[in-house]
Design a binder for this molecule. Structure first.
Ligand SMILES: Nc1ncnc2c1ncn2[C@@H]1O[C@H](COP(=O)(O)OP(=O)(O)OP(=O)(O)O)[C@@H](O)[C@H]1O
Length: 328
Protein backbone atom coordinates (compact mmCIF):
# COMPACT_ATOMS: atom_id res chain seq x y z
CA UNK A 1 0.00 0.00 0.00
CA UNK A 2 2.72 2.40 0.98
CA UNK A 3 4.71 1.80 -2.20
CA UNK A 4 1.61 2.08 -4.32
CA UNK A 5 0.88 5.38 -2.67
CA UNK A 6 4.32 6.73 -3.43
CA UNK A 7 4.21 5.84 -7.05
CA UNK A 8 0.68 7.14 -7.41
CA UNK A 9 1.59 10.54 -6.10
CA UNK A 10 3.93 11.53 -8.88
CA UNK A 11 2.91 14.62 -10.75
CA UNK A 12 0.83 13.68 -13.73
CA UNK A 13 1.38 15.94 -16.74
CA UNK A 14 -1.43 14.28 -18.58
CA UNK A 15 -4.18 16.17 -16.79
CA UNK A 16 -4.55 19.32 -18.82
CA UNK A 17 -7.87 20.57 -17.53
CA UNK A 18 -8.82 21.57 -14.01
CA UNK A 19 -11.10 19.41 -11.94
CA UNK A 20 -14.64 20.59 -12.33
CA UNK A 21 -15.67 22.54 -9.24
CA UNK A 22 -18.68 21.07 -7.55
CA UNK A 23 -20.08 24.32 -6.22
CA UNK A 24 -22.35 25.01 -4.55
CA UNK A 25 -21.11 23.07 -1.59
CA UNK A 26 -23.51 20.33 -0.82
CA UNK A 27 -22.66 19.81 2.79
CA UNK A 28 -20.65 21.46 5.46
CA UNK A 29 -19.87 18.70 7.88
CA UNK A 30 -16.78 18.78 9.95
CA UNK A 31 -15.24 16.72 12.67
CA UNK A 32 -13.25 19.62 14.01
CA UNK A 33 -14.64 22.66 15.70
CA UNK A 34 -11.80 24.62 14.15
CA UNK A 35 -13.05 24.12 10.65
CA UNK A 36 -15.52 26.38 8.94
CA UNK A 37 -16.85 25.54 5.53
CA UNK A 38 -19.35 28.07 4.30
CA UNK A 39 -21.39 28.63 1.23
CA UNK A 40 -19.59 30.22 -1.72
CA UNK A 41 -21.66 33.35 -1.25
CA UNK A 42 -20.28 33.82 2.21
CA UNK A 43 -16.90 32.70 0.93
CA UNK A 44 -15.16 31.45 3.98
CA UNK A 45 -13.02 28.42 4.29
CA UNK A 46 -11.32 26.19 6.71
CA UNK A 47 -10.72 28.80 9.30
CA UNK A 48 -7.15 27.95 10.15
CA UNK A 49 -5.90 27.75 6.63
CA UNK A 50 -7.32 30.71 4.84
CA UNK A 51 -3.97 32.36 4.25
CA UNK A 52 -3.13 32.68 0.59
CA UNK A 53 0.35 33.64 -0.42
CA UNK A 54 2.19 36.81 0.21
CA UNK A 55 5.15 35.77 -1.90
CA UNK A 56 4.12 33.24 -4.53
CA UNK A 57 7.11 31.45 -5.96
CA UNK A 58 5.27 30.11 -8.96
CA UNK A 59 4.88 32.36 -11.96
CA UNK A 60 1.16 32.86 -12.35
CA UNK A 61 -0.81 35.47 -14.20
CA UNK A 62 -2.79 36.64 -11.21
CA UNK A 63 -2.70 39.87 -9.27
CA UNK A 64 -1.34 38.23 -6.19
CA UNK A 65 -0.77 40.42 -3.14
CA UNK A 66 2.98 40.16 -3.54
CA UNK A 67 3.78 38.71 -6.90
CA UNK A 68 7.10 40.57 -7.18
CA UNK A 69 10.11 41.24 -5.01
CA UNK A 70 9.19 43.00 -1.83
CA UNK A 71 11.57 45.91 -1.28
CA UNK A 72 10.28 46.39 2.28
CA UNK A 73 11.74 43.01 3.25
CA UNK A 74 15.36 44.12 3.44
CA UNK A 75 17.22 44.37 6.74
CA UNK A 76 17.88 41.86 9.48
CA UNK A 77 15.44 39.03 10.13
CA UNK A 78 12.42 40.10 12.12
CA UNK A 79 10.87 38.33 15.06
CA UNK A 80 7.87 36.37 13.82
CA UNK A 81 6.69 34.80 17.04
CA UNK A 82 7.45 35.63 20.64
CA UNK A 83 5.96 33.41 23.29
CA UNK A 84 6.52 34.41 26.90
CA UNK A 85 5.64 32.32 29.92
CA UNK A 86 2.58 30.84 28.21
CA UNK A 87 0.26 28.91 30.48
CA UNK A 88 -2.90 27.08 29.46
CA UNK A 89 -5.46 24.68 30.87
CA UNK A 90 -7.95 22.27 29.34
CA UNK A 91 -11.29 24.10 29.37
CA UNK A 92 -13.35 21.07 30.31
CA UNK A 93 -11.32 19.87 33.27
CA UNK A 94 -9.26 22.89 34.22
CA UNK A 95 -6.16 20.68 34.08
CA UNK A 96 -3.02 22.69 33.57
CA UNK A 97 -1.01 21.55 30.53
CA UNK A 98 1.24 24.45 29.55
CA UNK A 99 3.30 25.66 32.46
CA UNK A 100 5.26 28.62 31.18
CA UNK A 101 6.43 28.13 27.58
CA UNK A 102 9.05 30.54 26.26
CA UNK A 103 9.99 30.56 22.59
CA UNK A 104 11.15 33.15 20.08
CA UNK A 105 11.16 32.48 16.34
CA UNK A 106 12.75 34.77 13.77
CA UNK A 107 12.02 34.87 10.07
CA UNK A 108 13.94 32.21 8.21
CA UNK A 109 14.35 29.91 11.21
CA UNK A 110 13.23 26.31 11.48
CA UNK A 111 12.41 25.15 14.98
CA UNK A 112 11.69 21.62 16.13
CA UNK A 113 10.00 20.70 19.38
CA UNK A 114 10.61 17.22 20.70
CA UNK A 115 9.48 15.67 23.94
CA UNK A 116 7.96 12.64 25.55
CA UNK A 117 4.39 11.63 24.81
CA UNK A 118 2.02 13.85 26.75
CA UNK A 119 4.57 16.58 27.46
CA UNK A 120 2.33 19.24 25.89
CA UNK A 121 3.73 19.72 22.37
CA UNK A 122 0.44 19.43 20.49
CA UNK A 123 -1.36 21.42 23.13
CA UNK A 124 1.15 24.21 22.65
CA UNK A 125 0.58 24.28 18.91
CA UNK A 126 -3.18 24.13 19.28
CA UNK A 127 -3.14 26.96 21.78
CA UNK A 128 -1.20 29.03 19.24
CA UNK A 129 -3.91 28.59 16.62
CA UNK A 130 -6.72 29.23 19.10
CA UNK A 131 -8.18 25.77 19.64
CA UNK A 132 -11.30 26.12 21.80
CA UNK A 133 -10.42 23.13 24.01
CA UNK A 134 -7.81 25.23 25.80
CA UNK A 135 -7.85 28.42 27.81
CA UNK A 136 -4.80 30.58 28.18
CA UNK A 137 -4.29 31.42 31.82
CA UNK A 138 -1.07 33.40 31.63
CA UNK A 139 1.72 34.74 29.48
CA UNK A 140 1.74 36.39 26.08
CA UNK A 141 2.11 35.52 22.40
CA UNK A 142 3.11 38.18 19.89
CA UNK A 143 2.91 37.23 16.23
CA UNK A 144 4.28 39.69 13.68
CA UNK A 145 3.97 42.44 16.27
CA UNK A 146 0.34 41.71 17.17
CA UNK A 147 -1.21 40.06 20.18
CA UNK A 148 -2.08 36.64 18.80
CA UNK A 149 -4.17 35.69 21.82
CA UNK A 150 -6.61 38.52 21.08
CA UNK A 151 -7.34 37.18 17.58
CA UNK A 152 -10.03 34.76 16.49
CA UNK A 153 -8.67 31.53 14.96
CA UNK A 154 -9.68 32.70 11.49
CA UNK A 155 -7.82 35.97 11.95
CA UNK A 156 -4.73 34.09 13.12
CA UNK A 157 -4.85 32.24 9.86
CA UNK A 158 -5.31 35.40 7.84
CA UNK A 159 -2.37 36.88 9.73
CA UNK A 160 -0.15 34.13 8.36
CA UNK A 161 -0.32 31.20 10.78
CA UNK A 162 -0.85 27.73 9.37
CA UNK A 163 -1.20 24.51 11.27
CA UNK A 164 -1.04 20.99 10.01
CA UNK A 165 -2.77 18.78 12.54
CA UNK A 166 -1.50 15.37 13.61
CA UNK A 167 -4.65 13.83 12.16
CA UNK A 168 -5.92 15.92 9.24
CA UNK A 169 -9.72 15.78 9.13
CA UNK A 170 -11.98 14.73 6.28
CA UNK A 171 -14.49 17.14 4.80
CA UNK A 172 -17.04 14.98 3.00
CA UNK A 173 -18.86 16.67 0.16
CA UNK A 174 -16.18 19.29 -0.46
CA UNK A 175 -13.64 18.66 -3.17
CA UNK A 176 -10.01 19.38 -2.49
CA UNK A 177 -9.95 21.78 -5.41
CA UNK A 178 -12.97 23.77 -4.17
CA UNK A 179 -11.60 23.80 -0.68
CA UNK A 180 -8.20 25.13 -1.73
CA UNK A 181 -9.82 27.65 -4.06
CA UNK A 182 -12.04 28.92 -1.25
CA UNK A 183 -9.18 29.13 1.20
CA UNK A 184 -7.08 31.03 -1.32
CA UNK A 185 -9.92 33.38 -2.19
CA UNK A 186 -10.69 34.06 1.45
CA UNK A 187 -7.23 35.53 1.78
CA UNK A 188 -7.49 37.48 -1.46
CA UNK A 189 -10.75 38.93 -0.25
CA UNK A 190 -9.07 39.96 2.98
CA UNK A 191 -6.37 41.65 0.88
CA UNK A 192 -9.01 43.50 -1.12
CA UNK A 193 -8.25 41.47 -4.25
CA UNK A 194 -10.88 39.90 -6.50
CA UNK A 195 -11.53 36.23 -6.02
CA UNK A 196 -9.73 33.95 -8.43
CA UNK A 197 -12.07 31.88 -10.62
CA UNK A 198 -11.40 28.15 -10.86
CA UNK A 199 -9.50 28.19 -14.15
CA UNK A 200 -7.06 30.85 -13.03
CA UNK A 201 -6.72 29.22 -9.65
CA UNK A 202 -5.86 25.99 -11.41
CA UNK A 203 -2.95 27.72 -13.14
CA UNK A 204 -1.69 28.85 -9.78
CA UNK A 205 -2.30 25.50 -8.12
CA UNK A 206 -0.87 23.02 -10.60
CA UNK A 207 2.83 23.93 -10.19
CA UNK A 208 2.34 23.80 -6.42
CA UNK A 209 0.92 20.30 -6.73
CA UNK A 210 3.91 19.36 -8.87
CA UNK A 211 6.26 20.72 -6.23
CA UNK A 212 4.81 18.41 -3.60
CA UNK A 213 4.49 15.47 -6.00
CA UNK A 214 0.72 15.47 -5.64
CA UNK A 215 -1.15 13.73 -8.40
CA UNK A 216 -3.76 16.13 -9.77
CA UNK A 217 -6.42 13.45 -9.49
CA UNK A 218 -6.41 14.07 -5.74
CA UNK A 219 -7.80 17.54 -6.35
CA UNK A 220 -11.12 16.16 -7.50
CA UNK A 221 -11.58 13.99 -4.45
CA UNK A 222 -13.26 15.22 -1.29
CA UNK A 223 -10.89 16.69 1.25
CA UNK A 224 -8.98 13.80 2.84
CA UNK A 225 -11.90 11.41 2.30
CA UNK A 226 -10.48 7.92 1.89
CA UNK A 227 -6.93 9.32 1.78
CA UNK A 228 -4.23 7.18 3.33
CA UNK A 229 -2.31 8.65 6.25
CA UNK A 230 0.57 9.61 3.96
CA UNK A 231 -1.73 11.11 1.35
CA UNK A 232 -3.32 13.27 4.03
CA UNK A 233 0.06 14.56 5.11
CA UNK A 234 1.02 15.36 1.56
CA UNK A 235 -2.29 17.13 1.13
CA UNK A 236 -1.50 19.23 4.16
CA UNK A 237 1.75 20.32 2.57
CA UNK A 238 -0.11 21.21 -0.61
CA UNK A 239 -2.40 23.43 1.45
CA UNK A 240 0.65 25.03 2.99
CA UNK A 241 2.15 25.55 -0.47
CA UNK A 242 -1.05 27.24 -1.65
CA UNK A 243 -1.42 29.47 1.37
CA UNK A 244 2.27 30.17 1.95
CA UNK A 245 1.97 31.02 5.60
CA UNK A 246 4.55 33.07 7.42
CA UNK A 247 4.69 30.50 10.20
CA UNK A 248 3.79 26.88 9.53
CA UNK A 249 3.24 24.64 12.52
CA UNK A 250 3.66 21.03 11.46
CA UNK A 251 2.53 18.57 14.11
CA UNK A 252 4.13 15.18 13.46
CA UNK A 253 4.07 15.63 9.71
CA UNK A 254 6.29 12.54 9.53
CA UNK A 255 3.94 10.15 11.29
CA UNK A 256 2.64 7.35 9.14
CA UNK A 257 4.92 8.14 6.22
CA UNK A 258 6.96 5.50 4.44
CA UNK A 259 10.59 6.36 3.78
CA UNK A 260 10.02 7.68 0.27
CA UNK A 261 7.01 9.76 1.28
CA UNK A 262 8.97 11.14 4.22
CA UNK A 263 11.69 12.31 1.83
CA UNK A 264 9.10 13.84 -0.50
CA UNK A 265 7.24 15.67 2.22
CA UNK A 266 10.37 16.91 3.94
CA UNK A 267 11.85 18.11 0.66
CA UNK A 268 8.57 19.82 -0.19
CA UNK A 269 8.71 21.65 3.14
CA UNK A 270 12.32 22.65 2.40
CA UNK A 271 11.18 23.96 -0.97
CA UNK A 272 8.68 26.25 0.71
CA UNK A 273 11.21 27.84 3.03
CA UNK A 274 12.27 31.41 2.29
CA UNK A 275 14.30 33.90 4.33
CA UNK A 276 10.98 35.40 5.43
CA UNK A 277 8.95 32.49 6.69
CA UNK A 278 9.46 29.94 9.43
CA UNK A 279 8.50 26.45 10.39
CA UNK A 280 7.77 25.05 13.82
CA UNK A 281 7.85 21.27 13.67
CA UNK A 282 6.78 18.80 16.27
CA UNK A 283 8.40 15.45 15.82
CA UNK A 284 9.67 12.40 17.65
CA UNK A 285 12.23 11.42 15.07
CA UNK A 286 15.59 12.63 13.97
CA UNK A 287 15.02 11.23 10.47
CA UNK A 288 12.77 14.21 9.63
CA UNK A 289 15.23 16.66 11.12
CA UNK A 290 18.08 15.16 9.09
CA UNK A 291 16.31 16.35 5.95
CA UNK A 292 14.74 19.61 7.11
CA UNK A 293 17.69 20.55 9.29
CA UNK A 294 16.25 22.81 11.98
CA UNK A 295 18.15 25.81 13.25
CA UNK A 296 16.81 25.20 16.76
CA UNK A 297 15.76 22.05 18.60
CA UNK A 298 13.75 22.33 21.82
CA UNK A 299 12.83 19.70 24.32
CA UNK A 300 9.51 20.05 26.08
CA UNK A 301 8.80 18.47 29.42
CA UNK A 302 5.65 18.81 31.49
CA UNK A 303 4.41 21.83 29.62
CA UNK A 304 7.53 23.92 29.27
CA UNK A 305 10.68 24.00 27.18
CA UNK A 306 13.49 22.66 29.32
CA UNK A 307 16.37 22.59 26.84
CA UNK A 308 17.23 24.31 23.55
CA UNK A 309 20.06 23.55 21.16
CA UNK A 310 20.81 22.66 17.58
CA UNK A 311 20.53 19.42 15.65
CA UNK A 312 23.12 17.82 17.92
CA UNK A 313 20.49 17.89 20.66
CA UNK A 314 18.25 15.63 18.58
CA UNK A 315 21.18 13.32 17.89
CA UNK A 316 21.98 13.15 21.60
CA UNK A 317 18.33 12.45 22.32
CA UNK A 318 18.29 9.59 19.85
CA UNK A 319 21.28 8.04 21.62
CA UNK A 320 20.50 8.73 25.26
CA UNK A 321 16.72 9.14 25.44
CA UNK A 322 14.79 11.76 27.39
CA UNK A 323 16.35 10.73 30.70
CA UNK A 324 19.41 12.72 29.71
CA UNK A 325 17.39 15.93 29.63
CA UNK A 326 14.80 15.45 32.30
CA UNK A 327 14.62 18.15 34.94
CA UNK A 328 12.05 16.42 37.11
N1 LIG B 1 -8.65 18.19 25.01
C1 LIG B 1 -8.05 17.45 25.94
N2 LIG B 1 -8.76 16.75 26.81
C2 LIG B 1 -8.17 15.99 27.77
N3 LIG B 1 -6.83 15.88 27.91
C3 LIG B 1 -6.06 16.55 27.05
C4 LIG B 1 -6.64 17.38 26.02
N4 LIG B 1 -5.62 17.95 25.34
C5 LIG B 1 -4.48 17.50 25.89
N5 LIG B 1 -4.74 16.67 26.91
C6 LIG B 1 -3.77 16.00 27.76
O1 LIG B 1 -2.69 16.88 27.91
C7 LIG B 1 -1.45 16.19 27.89
C8 LIG B 1 -0.56 16.76 26.81
O2 LIG B 1 -1.11 16.36 25.55
P1 LIG B 1 -0.40 16.72 24.17
O3 LIG B 1 -1.23 16.14 23.10
O4 LIG B 1 -0.14 18.16 24.14
O5 LIG B 1 0.97 15.94 24.31
P2 LIG B 1 2.12 15.70 23.23
O6 LIG B 1 3.39 16.14 23.85
O7 LIG B 1 1.74 16.33 21.95
O8 LIG B 1 2.08 14.13 23.12
P3 LIG B 1 2.40 13.13 21.90
O9 LIG B 1 3.90 13.14 21.70
O10 LIG B 1 1.93 11.80 22.41
O11 LIG B 1 1.63 13.58 20.69
C9 LIG B 1 -1.79 14.73 27.72
O12 LIG B 1 -1.79 14.10 28.96
C10 LIG B 1 -3.17 14.75 27.13
O13 LIG B 1 -3.92 13.61 27.45
Amino acid sequence: MALAFCSSLRFSTSTPSPPSPSLPLRTSPTSSSLITVRSPQRMGARSLRARPPLRPKATVAVDSPAAGPDASRSGPPRVLLEVKDLMAVIVESGQEILRGVNLTIYEGEVHAIMGKNGSGKSTFSKVLVGHPDYEVTGGSVIFKGENLLDMEPEDRSHAGLFMSFQTPVEIPGVSNFDFLNMAYNARRKKEGLPELPPLEFYSYLSPKAAAVNMDLRFLDRNVNEGFSGGERKRNEILQLAILEADLAILDEIDSGLDVDALQDVAKAVNGLLTPYNSVLMITHYQRLLDIINPSHVHIMEEGSIVKTGDLSLAKQLEKEGYRAFSVS
